[in-house]
Design a protein around this ligand. Structure first.
Ligand code: PMV
Length: 310
């Protein structure tokens, strides 16, 4: 039996802007998705999906995952029937890179089962193909974080050449809180809407992209200098820019407000938006607990984790 895993991730800065070639910063999470692959007497593949989920996620994403799995299988040239078993602690939800973690773990497990000896760059290519199922035109940041882990700055090469992947180090891992809006959104739809908005209202939207460009540089510097106050402020600013491109919603805005009111250094949506997750920067166990509790009291499911540690 072949086995593999893929990291969940959170985007600290730059979701959506990354699609247009601007740099984004993502961190792998401690939780992973695991895949087991074994040859089986079936047509194509059989899927046993034991991942924990946000209610309704798997059903809503069924078709997209079918494409994801087919893409990975085809890209890796698997001709035999296989049984795929997904598991691990990463909760399948919008915003944690669940599909990318699945694609990465599957590619690694196929590589293991069929002794293909692919290196991480090739595995990343396979995971990217998989991501096209749920995303349509993925930037590549999710699968890169899922395959390589760690904290990374990612810049898509719009000419089709290799993307820029910079591994970043911070002084020590920092506590964050992720909170779930309970809504599952479609990355493809939301990315399409941003594209339309950009085309229809360039005078309004292009300046937002310009603003993000300088924010991205400041964010990189603040992280390297471990200036967490500044990182938090920039997260708040990034959330404001995401609101302007219409990818936030009332639940995300409410969660961001609760996190800030309870002392988070900064808070923003993470990932696709219009559902999925909010992330708050809460250095230290005490602050993390306080912010998590406040969100839970309002009925939101929370995950406590760290960035910069995997
Ligand atoms: O919702 P997630 O975690 O899959 O993140 C999507 C990130 C986007 O920037 C919106 C799309 C992309 O391909 O980078």
């Amino acid at each position: 039996m072949g086995e593999g895993r893929g990291f969940g991730k959170t985007i600290l800065f730059g979701e959506h802007f990354v699609v247009y070639g601007l740099p984004a910063i993502a961190s792998a999470l401690g939780s992973t998705t695991t895949a087991k692959v074994e040859k089986a007497d079936v047509q194509g593949y059989e899927l046993i999906d034991n991942r924990p989920e946000t209610p309704g996620y798997k059903e809503r994403k069924k078709k997209e995952y079918e494409k994801l799995i087919e893409n990975v299988i085809n890209f890796m040239g698997v001709k035999e029937g296989i049984r795929i078993t997904l598991g691990g602690k990463l909760v399948a939800a919008s915003g944690v890179g669940a599909s990318a973690a699945c694609a990465a773990s599957l590619a690694r497990a196929i590589n293991d089962e069929f002794q293909m000896n692919w290196d991480d760059d090739k595995i990343n290519e396979a995971a990217y193909e998989g991501e096209k199922g749920p995303h349509g035109t993925p930037s590549g940041i999710d699968n890169t974080a899922a395959v390589f882990g760690g904290l990374l700055r990612f810049k898509k090469n719009l000419e089709g050449g290799p993307n820029t992947i910079e591994k970043m180090q911070i002084r020590e891992p920092v506590e964050i809180v992720l909170a779930d809006s309970g809504k599952t959104s479609s990355t493809k739809e939301v990315v399409d809407d941003v594209r339309k908005l950009k085309e229809e209202k360039p005078d309004e939207i292009n300046p937002v992209f310009e603003e993000y460009k300088s924010l991205a540089e400041e964010a990189r510097k603040a992280l390297i200098e471990f200036d967490l106050q500044k990182v938090g402020q920039l997260m708040n600013k990034n959330h404001g820019l995401l609101q302007k491109i219409t990818v936030s919603n009332s639940e995300l805005d409410e969660m961001v407000g609760i996190a800030r009111d309870n002392g988070a250094l900064g808070a923003k949506l993470t990932g696709t938006g219009r559902g999925g997750l909010m992330q708050a920067l809460t250095p230290g166990k005490e602050l993390q607990k306080k912010v998590a509790k406040a969100l839970e009291e309002k009925g939101y499911a929370v995950f406590r984790t760290k960035i910069g540690g995997n």
